[in-house]
Write a protein that binds this ligand. Structure first.
Ligand SMILES: Nc1ncnc2c1ncn2[C@@H]1O[C@H](COP(=O)(O)OP(=O)(O)OP(=O)(O)O)[C@@H](O)[C@H]1O
Ligand SMILES: [Mg+2]
Length: 256
């Protein structure tokens, strides 16, 4: 059986810059894949290519066996792949509930407005934003906006969720809450690709980790393999002793 997501030889050139350079990897159903690498390594660009925000210079993207390379974003979402953005993009003048209802209306299923509202309400419960449902999105804190970004993507009912630095800028309690959400999603069978600089979280949550550097994949494997890979330590993680400790337990906020 083919993988849920299959990325083969994906490239993006901006003039002479190879932002994404022959990158290949797969994501299995229900898997959490960490995507790490230094600033400018090409992580967000890779998401943009997979989700149809920009066409690749080369390579293919397959979702559940269907070639979705170059499909426009609305079709990619319809096919079961949703994402968050590194810079959050709420519809500021709409309520939290309406933001999510929009996400549900343009998701993988064709839903009427009342069904979409019901889905939005359920997802807001899941991400612990239900109490804020009638507030304007613009009034949320950054942590709230990040949860809303995740909620809006989830309302599309994806098989695969691409998360671009949703833990960045959150305090440890907020990180813990978000990690609980990801664990619940995994239990629900949703696969996740997670771009993250917060190493302890990504190393703990991920089944496998892919490392990019200057647009190229420089390593792939289980978290403990990647955390101790000499090339990864040199390109990104720094001190090998700190790197070796990264796969230790991380608080999910459930325990003090
Ligand atoms: N639209 C664009 N036009 C030209 N260059 C771009 C464009 N988008 C990204 N780049 C360049 O491509 C490279 C990869 O950028 P990208 O945003 O994908 O990195 P990243 O790994 O997500 O970094 P960060 O961790 O800082 O978010 C960078 O050198 C960036 O300046
Ligand atoms: Mg980025």
């Amino acid at each position: 059986m083919s993988a849920l997501l299959e990325v083969t030889g994906l490239c993006k050139h901006f003039g002479g810059l190879r932002a994404v350079d022959e990158v290949s990897f797969t994501v299995e159903e229900g898997e959490i894949l960490g995507l790490i690498g230094p600033n400018g390594a090409g992580k967000s660009t890779l998401f943009n290519l997979i989700t149809g925000v920009m066409p690749p210079s080369g390579g293919r993207v397959r979702l559940a066996g269907t070639d979705i390379t170059g499909w426009p974003p609305y079709r990619v979402v319809r096919s079961g792949l949703a994402r968050t953005h590194q810079i959050v993009r709420p519809l500021n003048d709409m309520t939290v509930l309406d933001n999510c209802t929009v996400g549900a209306c343009f998701g993988s299923e064709t839903l009427g407005l009342s069904q979409a509202r019901r889905v939005a309400g359920e997802i807001l419960e899941l991400v612990a934003l239900a109490d804020c449902r009638h507030r304007l999105a613009s009034s949320l804190t950054i942590a709230g906006k990040k949860r809303l970004e995740v909620a809006r993507a989830l309302c599309a009912r994806p098989k695969l969720l691409l998360l671009d630095e949703v833990l960045a800028g959150l305090n440890p309690t907020e990180v813990g809450r978000m990690i609980q959400v990801f664990r619940a999603l995994r239990k629900g069978g949703i696969a996740i690709v997670m771009i993250e600089h917060l190493m302890q979280a990504v190393m703990n949550l991920s089944d496998r980790v892919v490392v990019l550097n200057f647009g190229r994949k420089i390593a792939e494997g289980r978290p403990h393999e990647v955390a101790t890979d000499a090339g990864v330590v040199e390109a990104y993680l720094g001190d090998p002793h700190i790197a070796a400790r990264l796969t230790g337990p991380v608080s999910d906020g459930a325990t003090p």
